[in-house]
Structures are given as C-alpha cells and as structure tokens.
Design a protein around this ligand. Sequence first.
Ligand code: SF4
Length: 263
Amino acid sequence: MPRLSQADLVELNRNFEERTPQELLCWAKEIFEDRVAAMTSMQESGNAICHMLYAVPVPMPVVFVDTGVLFQETLDTRDRLVSSYGLNIQTLSPRLTMEEQTEKFGVLYLSAEGQKQCCEMRKSEPLDAVKGRFDALIGSLRRADGGRRGGCPILAIDTRLNCLRVNPLVNFSDEQLDEYIRQNDVILNPLHKQGYSTIGCNRCTTPVLPGEPKRAGRWRHLGPWSVYCGINPTDLDPERSPSVDFPQELIDRILGRETDFMI
Ligand code: SF4
C-alpha cells in the first residue's frame, strides 16, 4: 500500500496557512467525501467547528467520546448541538463503565501512570472504533493554546487511526475565537462561564483561577506533568515523522496531483 508521510505534507501545510477555517473544512469534504468526520469534546473550539459545519454548510458526522464520567453540562451541550444545528453526533463509549474499571484496576486517575492507562481505556480506545471508517478527522487544536500545540500543523498524520488529522483552527487567536463565538452566538458548554477554561472528565477537571495557565485545571491533582490525555497524536510526540497507508489515488488527491481519475 502506498504511504503518505508527514514530510510529504510540508508544502501543502505551508500553502494552507493562508486558508480560512471554512475553506479548510470545504477542502476536507471535497477530498475525503463521506470518509471525513469532525471530533469535538464540547469545548469552545470544537463547538466553533460544529457551528461552521452547520453554517457553511459542510455536512459530515461528528464524533464525540463520552468517557462515562463527563459533566452533565457537557452531555447537555452535545444534545443542544444536535437539536439546534441538526448535527449527526455519534457518541463513542468505553468498553467498561467507570465502576467496572475501578473494580478491576482500582482508582487509576489518582496516579500519573494510572491516568495514562485510564485515558487510554476511556478516551483513546473508544476512538479506535472509527479506524477504517474515516480517512480524515477534523480537530480543533489551536496554536494559541501553547504548550505542545504551539507548533501544531494544519494537517497531521495519525498512525494509530491511519488517517489525517485536519486542524482548521490552528491559526485562530483567542480574540478571533471569542469574536467568532460572539458574532454567531455559538452554543457553549456553560462550565466555561464557571471558570473551567478547558473541560474534560469530572474526576480530573477543576476551574482555573485568574492568572493560572488555561490547562491548570486538568489533572491538577497530578501536578503539571500530566497536561494531555493522548487522544491527539500531535500532543504525544511532535518530533516524529510518521506515515499512513492510503490508496495512491487518495494521496494524489490530497497532494493536488493530476491523475487520470481527476481528468
Ligand atoms: S481524564 Fe481522568 S477520568 Fe477521564 S479518562 Fe483521563 S484519567 Fe480517566
């Protein structure tokens, strides 16, 4: 099977820096047709993407991982996106309930090692269900969030799911995101107004105090070394140059090469 590597995407990523998020969503739909889906965890950026899918419109399914220990406000936000924007949100769940997991492995999220195992079982493994269904997943990572996301590419290879991650909002500043949300009255998770700058599971998320970094409320009980769950491959090891198996015809379409198919 032909392979597409992160290095193959350098020029395309450079050209895409000037594109708007809506243009990038349209590009993804045109290239991947019914084999592209968006992902959201019901936070500001993901909900802005959901609004763009509705407003442009760019029809595609939206994938949401319900770890089983999310805040009720997060689940309610999902339901409001469905009823107001008419989105097809597909909810993925872990194999074990939190009670079953705790009975089998103990309370994992209280230690740094256990957190990795818990996030793997409750976030990453459920997402494995889409492997083979989609060649591209739309994310909502932004460079303005800093940390490992400070250099996030627009197009990123995901070896685990053998797909391309597309991040149309990478260049959106905090001000641009706020302005988009305000102008379009984007449906938001009400927890943002209660001091939660980012929102994950109820076991591992707290509000953030004025002056603290945005992600200070995530895994606060574990200290500053556990700031990512691993569901986004660019959070894990940004130095790698990974590759995926794609049909040659799809690689040509992504890279904009002329082929017999396109003619
Ligand atoms: S955020 Fe906490 S509770 Fe949720 S999957 Fe990760 S470790 Fe488990």
